[in-house]
Design a protein around this ligand. Sequence first.
Ligand code: G6P
Ligand code: G6P
Ligand code: BGC
Ligand code: BGC
Length: 947
Amino acid sequence: QVSAQILAFFTVARRLAAQRKEIDAVLEPFLLSPETLREVKNKMRTELEYGLKRETQGSATVKMLPTYVCGTPDGTEKGKFLALDLGGTNFRVLLVKIRSGRRKSVRMYNKIFAIPLEIMQGTGEELFDHIVHCIADFLEYMGIKGARLPLGFTFSFPCKQASIDKGTLVGWTKGFKATDCEGEDVVDMLREAIKRRNEFDLDIVAVVNDTVGTMMTCGYEDPNCEIGLIAGTGSNVCYMEDMKNIEIVEGNEGKMCINTEWGGFGDNGCIDNIRTEYDKEVDEGSLNPGKQRYEKMTSGMYLGEIVRQILIDLTKRGLLFRGQISESLRKRGIFETKFLSQIESDRLALLQVRQILQQLGLDSTCEDSIIVKEVCGAVSRRAAQLCGAGLAAIVEKKRENRGVEHLQITVGVDGTLYKLHPHFSRVLQETVKELAPWCDVTFMLSEDGSGKGAALITAVAKRLRNIDKYLYAMRLSDETLIDIMARFRREMKNGLSRDFNPTATVKMLPTFVRSIPDGSEKGDFIALDLGGSYFRILRVKVSHEKKQTVQMESEIYNTPEDIMHGSGTRLFDHVAECLGDFMEKQQIKDKKLPVGFTFSFPCRQSKLDEGVLITWTKRFKASGVEGADVVKLLNRAIKKRGDYDADIMAVVNDTVGTMMTCGFDDQRCEVGLIIGTGTNACYMEEMRHIDLVEGDEGRMCINTEWGAFGDDGSLEDIRTEFDREIDRGSLNPGKQLFEKMVSGLYMGELVRLILVKMAKEGLLFEGRITPELLTKGKFETKHVSAIEKSKEGLSKAKDILTRLGVEPSHEDCVAVQHVCTIVSFRSANLVAATLGAILCQLRDNKGVGRLRTTVGVDGSLYKMHPQYARRLHKTTRRLVPDSDVRFLLSESGSGKGAAMVTAVAYRLMSSSQTQLCTCVAINTLGHLLGIMGPELQHAAALGHLTV
Ligand code: G6P
Ligand code: G6P
Ligand code: BGC
Ligand code: BGC
């Protein structure tokens, strides 16, 4: 009897062992080794990069969608908002009241509404009508039907966004499959449904993913929260990425939240090595087969399904439920996350597990319930580990972005799986710790759902939208720029024509410079350089041994404001005095060196060494100079002193000096561009187009004086109230209107005026205005440059604004940076349009299909602003696509160019005494015979050739 018992015992034991082995074999693929998890992390890391790069983004499985959320909350958000929260377990409508300041708080009222399955999977119109119906019910319930509240829409599906209030649904996920929605803007669909109902109106300000909402909800409590994780019905993560890494969004400054949509990880098969037969089964039975493969291994909606598939298999193998597949087990979706969580609870006795299975219609033995619990454990553990591996990749990326060895960061988390499951959060955290050991990650559970975060985003977006409303007129579309380009082309034509020049605003002044340096210049010269940020005197020695070399020494002299605004005599006495000082220092007071005079103001010239000032611009307003020849004035001042002599041989505009400086290095240079205190350009025009100068042969440099563009009202449609205010407060009201929209003397002031107005309307600094902020000139263009720096821009903004006495919040700094960007971008765009007109003129003059040319550029704004040059180049190339333009920065100022012009003039003067012929005759005859080189042309222009 005993031996029969032993035998029976062994039979059972053997059966159990065989059973065990088979169960272990079934669950074995769910056990992931540390190496496998590391591999998953690395693959996720690669996919994140693919999603961020322009080239690979189209085919990336992790979509890395820009969200246009550019900062986490800072406590200054306030107002009353509605929020919708669609896509998780519950559909909620909320009213959120946010108070800012010391008593900052958020109060929320919400109502949960059901969305029947037939609506989730019906038509898009039905779905959105249902949503609007629920909103109407909520408004009624709260008694706020009349208020047109701003609304933030948490929509927990992948959306492509081009702005915060636009979101095109990429594809439904989880349990939704309404028709006619994919590829459509869900905000538009909601708006239309509101219109259809025609009962109330709402201002839809933002559409937000639930990950983003969660990050913001937690970010409100913890500023270190820069990651949002959802482990719920679906699975996803968002995080704050550096703008410079987001190739598909313009701009390099600051950060933007990226909705990774990591649920799609593996859709290209890259994690197929760890997908089991059960995963494939679940995928095939889902609403979106082949998609969201990672989500289907990690999120609440699918874990129960995986368990069910395993249980079916085990039953088929006779290892469970006495080999009987019951009706209940055939039902898709019976294992909801909450049941999974209950079954796995350590506190639950086996009997209770059996009761739960009973509730689900599964009649189980004690043994069965142990196995079911084990299966659930394997599936949920794998989910948590995979999720942890993905999160480790994100955390590592953040660490690299910050460039630190040790990262401290908070992850805001929400979702039923994370919240309800007894082990999920622990396993997830352990995995992150193991795979990202250099990161100290705090997990913060979102208590209030995504609705709160969506309301916070709405508060910021509404504020930014108000700012945009202000600055809307400053954003110029390409269409407008092309129109401005055409207008400027007409101005150029008028300025060049004899009939229209007297009334033309853009004066197109002949400069009597006929070519760029040809390499034969030499000698010892002095250059004066007056009119930009600095008054400089230079000695330029051009020698000609083996190769042409230039040696320069220079001195900067102060020009106090009372001299710039005093009498002309005093101004030129000052210039003469500085020149005397310079010659003294150089020990050349006894020499009569030829002088080139860069005078950066509009001058009418009839020869090279004459310049009649048409009007002062920029900072200068000395009396008695307009209408006079500045060469004569300077000569007079030098004579009056009598302690040295000088021979002023050429007056050149700074644009011309710049073109000549750059032409020295690049023979193709035929445009000179200044974007500094003022703005202007010159270019080489065909003589046959210049009515005001005799002769049709060759070319001459034209100083456009484009700063005056618009002085006849032709730019009124794009000028803003701020431009008008700048003009009113300037030294030359009504003049140089284009220059005042573009150049460095005015840019900081433009920004200041905008900030004052915004502060007055409570959009900035909580409405505080300080005396410093109200002081003209306190906000300078160099501040605009500092604030737009990509790395330290925001902290610079904080310093600068703090010095103006306001206590800026982070959001204030972001807003001010935004204003700076819009103002400086407009400037670069406008210059691209006028420069584009010049390039088109050059192209047409040459009669070529594609223009190849070089533009010499100088000026403090162009040089110092971190983004200006790049933006200008980009827009110019877009506006004039049929061109290859090289932008060459002038390294040595206009003085060198002025010396080059002087060198040519000087050589011609020395040789001119021996020439006998008339200028006009030789000009024409010379060209007819092909014997007249640039030197003789210059001589003719100078009037140094005499009969
Ligand atoms: C958040 C939200 C939901 C969101 C959910 C994820 O708090 O407010 O709308 O989708 O968590 O969790 P669930 O488990 O409901 O999918
Ligand atoms: C050049 C010159 C200056 C000129 C300036 C424009 O290089 O040498 O005299 O006016 O650039 O820049 P700014 O920013 O000084 O006005
Ligand atoms: C969606 C995500 C969402 C996640 C969590 C996924 O199915 O694609 O947009 O964040 O579920 O709700
Ligand atoms: C002047 C131009 C000059 C430009 C850049 C303008 O105000 O009118 O002659 O080229 O500033 O300095």
